[in-house]
Design a protein around this ligand. Sequence first.
Ligand code: ADP
Length: 270
Amino acid sequence: GHPLRLSVQVHPYAGNRRMLLTRDITALEQAETMRRDFVANVSHEIRTPLTVLAGFIETLQNLPLDAEERARYLRLMGQQSQRMEMLVNDLLTLSKLEGSAAPPSNQWTRVRSLLAQCEDEARGLSGRLAPQGHKLSFSVDADSEISGASTELQSAMSNLLSNAIRYTPGGGEITVTWKLLPDGRGEYAVRDSGPGIAAEHIPRLTERFYRVDRSRSRETGGTGLGLAIVKHIAQRHGAELRIESTPGQGSRFALLFSLSRVRAARAVAA
Ligand code: ADP
């Protein structure tokens, strides 16, 4: 019985080691594949506006254009270079987020002031994208503060709101709310009356460069990185990003902040 017992003891152990090793290699290979995909995507995203720009330059050089046509081409060229600038800015934001220390837990920002800034940006964007604008409403149901990196919090909240504006046709309704939930968590939510998103896309929306409709996203000036940035910021702050949507009825994007990140706003001294 002795040799048998030995082999029984050794086998599961060896088996486990092999399994661990296999898992490590798979994770490494996955990371490498993701890195390669990312570089390929970035290259593609940069090449597209570059190709368009090169085409316009050639046209300007070779065609006799009147002043009005020239101005039109220059405007289009400006849009393409702006697109590249936005892309590079978002890439830098992502890489900074990846490399920077955990956000502070003792720096508090008032939700009201975050929302006020969101509102300013939203009204500007809405006016630029749709002549009749959107029906925007903002409400703070409990005067609260959130702890963390305030510029990151601002950027995550603004990103969700600017998506709602960009994907909702002019005249549509967008509701922004802050609430304390019964369990003490804080919820920032953006609800829109836009086109909505089919269920199969929802789990993939936070992937870099994942878009439901490529052309629509381009048209409205999207880089395809917005929700990846939001997800990153949420994770760093221990917040949960929740997406609910019904095609044809609009979407709701919410950030849920844990109890430890939320407190009632201090009363302002009289
Ligand atoms: P993009 O720059 O393309 O907007 P995002 O990462 O911000 O990139 O969003 C990814 C995709 O999610 C978008 O391309 C769009 O298809 C979809 N999406 C995001 N927000 C909304 C929304 N409020 N309504 C409908 N679709 C949305």
